[in-house]
Ligand binder design. Structure first.
Ligand SMILES: [Zn+2]
Length: 443
């Protein structure tokens, strides 16, 4: 009996081992074709450069975003795609002119940028004293000093997810205690007098106050001044304002499935960016590698069983309206997998996914074919913001993971430009996206 059980277990283990290798064996030849194509590709990096050089600062509601979309649609059409668009109304926030100056204890201009969504200073400069705090706890401890002040959040970067809470919620937390404006130490691990913008939100029922970002260096300077007992005064001018929602679009191309056209693997990124920098890593690169992955399949004559679609979602940065509209407008289809690249197209390391059971086994098995580009690390995660709304419709989520240590140096700054990317890493991202989409669409 004991021996039989052991034999049985050994048999089962063999079957499982075989089953666990099935997809990676079946698609090994496709993988090596795609790998050699992407390794030699001279087009993808240049597309990212060409697009972001000409259409930087693609914030929702901007002419740059819409003209950039026209340019992309044109290029895709020239390649032979039947390009589809989905109309989306997007929030329309304008930065306008802005400046920050220290007026006491000395006169000194400071690098500054409004946080996306902030109100302005109402047509006139705002001059006030300063309170520097390192945390919400310190803000509470010093609440008697807050009224009438500009609160500076000198919060050291830990992780993006953790530190960004201050950027998003800090303005209302200080306004509740009587602050007249807030300045956020730029959210990033490193800076060279760099300011990082990003979204913020006002809490209902709390007065709205202007808010912006300053450099790490200036946050530390003001901390030292406060610690020495010096009295500071700043003058802030901001024209930031909201306009009525504006029209934008999601852009879609696809290779229809030969057997199950109503079942879809969608991949892509968001095509809008902030109004600072060129958004080459956040997230034109993510969009363009997905496009290139589909282009390659077409060039290689690969016809998937299920539809493989590329979507450039609009308005991720300050609204997510593109991702939400996409999920609603495609509700009649079955999305089996949604893949997002929104962490910069640096050297890929693998995919995060929320897949469970058989879906997860499939992704882990397919992942073995990513070993040649060292992208075979499959981890737990939620994919990405734009694909998030598809989760409610049953799609499995996957997000491209990369060696992202440098990503937050440049994130939402004027330094987000194509020169930070490397062609062979971009091409490896194309391979990773193409491989996962192709194998999953044919499994
Ligand atoms: Zn992004």
């Amino acid at each position: 009996m004991k021996q039989l059980t052991l034999l049985g277990l050994a048999f089962l283990a063999t079957v499982q081992l075989f089953a666990g290798d099935e997809l990676s064996k079946r698609f090994a030849a496709d993988a090596s074709r795609m790998l050699s194509w992407t390794r030699d590709d001279k087009g993808c990096y240049n597309l990212i450069a060409d697009f972001t050089d000409h259409y930087p600062r693609r914030i929702s509601g901007s002419e740059n975003l819409e003209k950039g979309l026209d340019w992309l649609i044109d290029k895709m059409t020239q390649e032979g795609w039947n390009v589809k668009t989905q109309p989306v109304m997007v929030p329309n926030w304008k930065r306008g002119k802005e400046s920050l100056e220290m007026t006491q204890p000395m006169s000194r201009p400071m690098q500054f940028c409004a946080l996306g969504g902030s109100i302005g200073t109402n047509g006139k400069p705002l001059t006030a004293g300063v309170l520097v705090v390192k945390s919400y706890d310190e803000l509470k401890q010093r609440k008697a000093e807050v009224p009438g002040k500009i609160v500076v959040y000198n919060v050291p970067f830990t992780t993006y997810g953790e530190t960004v809470n201050y950027r998003y919620n800090g303005p209302s937390a200080a306004a509740e205690l009587g602050a007249v404006a807030t300045l956020m130490r730029s959210v990033g691990p490193y800076g060279i007098q760099t300011v990082h913008t990003g979204g913020m939100g006002y809490k209902d029922g709390v007065p709205k106050i202007p808010c912006g970002a300053i450099t790490i260096e200036d946050a530390l300077l003001m901390q030292r001044m406060q610690d020495r007992g010096e009295t500071m005064q700043l003058t802030l001018s901001m024209e930031a304002k909201w306009l009525p929602d504006a029209p934008s679009r999601n852009v879609i191309i696809e290779i229809p499935g030969s057997e199950l056209p109503n079942e879809v693997v969608v991949m892509g990124g968001h095509i809008d960016s902030w109004d600072i920098g060129t958004g080459a890593m956040d997230d034109a690169g993510g969009c363009i590698v997905a496009w290139r992955a589909l282009y390659m399949m077409n060039e290689l004559g690969m016809r998937p069983k299920r539809t493989i679609r590329v979507c450039f979602w609009t308005n991720e940065e300050n609204g997510l309206r593109g991702g939400e509209a996409y999920a609603k407008l495609t509700a009649n289809e079955k999305h089996v997998l949604a893949i997002e690249s929104d962490a910069g197209v640096f050297a890929p390391t693998g995919f995060n996914t929320d897949a469970k059971g058989k879906d997860r086994e499939a992704i882990e098995d397919i992942g073995k074919l990513l070993a040649p580009v060292h992208a075979n690390n499959i981890t737990e995660g939620g994919g990405g913001a734009d694909i998030g709304p598809l989760k409610a419709y049953g799609a499995v989520m996957a997000g491209l993971e990369v060696q992202g240590d440098r990503y937050f140096w440049y994130h939402h700054t004027d330094g987000d430009t194509v020169d930070k990317l490397k062609e062979h890493e971009v091409n490896d991202c194309t391979y990773a996206m193409a491989l996962l989409a192709w194998c999953y669409a044919n499994k």
